[in-house]
Write a protein that binds this ligand. Structure first.
Ligand code: SF4
Ligand code: SF4
Length: 439
């Protein structure tokens, strides 16, 4: 693609990077076929190629983003299916990240949108604020149908619909500390503490630590680490995202001297972000080196366990497991074979979900900010999952579990919960009343 940035514009390293990305696109349009919003809406401007043109024009112009550009960029899930498909290796992820930051800095959204985005940024990444908010959400959930009636309050209705009916007690979450390896120590890792997951599904972190400890891995959760920054990063709130990331980079860097074989995430949306710290801070003299080191160490828990070896494992029941590959896992991190192979080695029958490349509509806070498109993608995904009649669905991202599980009776678990169970851990709580399709 030809670009027409001025020499002065190209002096800005962000523009220079986006210019390189744009020039790689050959307009072939292969990406349109796998883009969820193009599949749903059929509008070229809601395809990757259309958005690339819009972003190019916006950045070349250099002025404030227009409502039209914002509409189509906002509708992008950042699912990155287009990057998996693109034969020219166009780095759409960093281009749309840049576009979101430009929009955030130059476009004044309507008041209701500004408020909900601020509210999300101030609460969800902070467990101390998210927990009481979710308790309140459970109490006012009956208001959701009323909020659903007005376009401006629809995001609040969507948020209520995603909140769990009952919240686990705060003591259920793993606190900071060192969790010792069982037997001879084979490895030492830092685990991302996280934010929303430890509030609504603390059992996932516990399963991760049990599994890693059982496999001879010492796990450290530094007291100062927290949210990885992905939630606000996708809102284009660059300064807040960087602040979260810097805190985590410093926390994990402090552990390097004691030896660290990996920085582990058990939420693939967060893992994609941590793997990108090196890029994000590439021009920051204070953080470039540290961030690159952390990104080099970042691994999804399934990647790490696959490398370490699962050891003896036997599924207590040979359940039919539909593996739902989160976009951040398959497209963002290109991790797919490892979780599937681990589940098979643990004795489960693993089924691939048809149209597995299409997003389920979760996508960070997309299901709050774009509830209509998100619901259509959710229903489509549930339809494909139901069609293969699994006993249970396994996935590696809490966002997908929150998005899909309220829409079906089929239980959802995190992949590590099944691996933990098969290697001696407790039966996952979502499987207490599982109805076997394979029986
Ligand atoms: S597939 Fe790649 S090169 Fe082709 S239009 Fe899409 S982004 Fe451009
Ligand atoms: S990231 Fe996903 S929604 Fe956005 S343009 Fe690419 S395929 Fe489409």
């Amino acid at each position: 693609m030809r670009t027409e940035f001025t020499a002065e514009q190209l002096a800005d390293p962000q523009i220079a990077t986006s210019n390189e990305i744009l020039r790689k696109c050959v307009h072939c349009g292969f990406c349109t076929a796998t883009c969820p919003t193009y599949v749903l809406l059929g509008d070229e401007l809601d395809s990757p190629r259309g958005r690339i043109y819009l972003i190019k024009n916006m950045l070349e112009d250099g002025g404030p983003a227009t409502g039209e550009v914002v509409k189509h960029v906002d509708r992008c899930l950042s699912c990155l299916a287009c990057m998996t498909t693109c034969p020219a290796s166009v780095d759409y992820m960093h281009l749309v990240d840049h576009a979101r930051v430009h929009i955030e800095k130059t476009y004044r959204r309507p008041l209701a949108e500004r408020l909900i985005r601020r509210f999300i940024a101030a609460t969800l990444p902070e467990p101390k604020r998210a927990r009481p908010l979710m308790r309140l959400g459970a109490a006012v959930r009956p208001l959701a149908p009323i909020l659903q009636r007005l376009p401006v309050t629809r995001p609040l209705a969507a948020m209520l619909g995603l909140m769990p009916k009952a919240l686990p007690p705060s003591q259920a979450a793993l606190g900071p500390g060192v969790y010792a390896a069982e037997g001879e120590r084979r490895a030492r890792v830092a685990l991302l503490a996280g934010c929303v997951q430890i509030v609504i599904a603390p059992h996932i972190g516990r399963a991760t630590v049990r599994l890693l400890n059982r496999l001879g891995t010492e796990v450290v959760i530094p007291a100062t680490a927290g949210c990885c920054g992905a939630l606000v990063h996708h809102l284009g709130r660059e300064d807040e995202a960087h602040a979260h990331a810097r805190t985590d980079i410093d926390s994990w860097t402090g552990e390097l001297d004691r030896g660290l074989d990996a920085v582990i995430s058990d939420a693939s949306g967060c893992g994609t972000m941590i793997k990108d710290y090196g890029f994000i801070f590439r021009n920051d003299p204070q953080y470039a080196e540290k961030a690159a080191r952390i990104s080099d160490l970042a691994m999804d828990v399934s990647e790490f366990v696959d490398r370490l070896g699962l050891g003896p494992a036997t599924a207590a029941e040979p359940l039919r497991v539909a593996y739902h590959s989160a976009c951040s896992m398959q497209h963002g991190q290109r991790v797919h074979a490892q979780p599937v192979s681990l589940l098979r080695r643990a004795g489960f029958e693993v089924l691939e979900v048809p149209e597995g490349h299409l997003c389920c509509g979760s996508a960070g806070t997309y299901n709050i900010l774009q509830p209509e498109l998100s619901r259509q993608l959710r229903d489509r995904k549930i339809d494909r999952i139901t069609g293969i009649r699994p006993d249970v669905v396994a996935t590696g991202n809490i966002g997908c579990i929150s998005q899909l599980s309220p829409a079906t009776d089929i239980p959802f678990v995190h992949t590590v919960e099944l691996l933990d169970w098969a290697t001696g851990g407790p039966r996952p709580q979502a499987l207490q009343n599982v109805k076997r399709n394979s029986a």
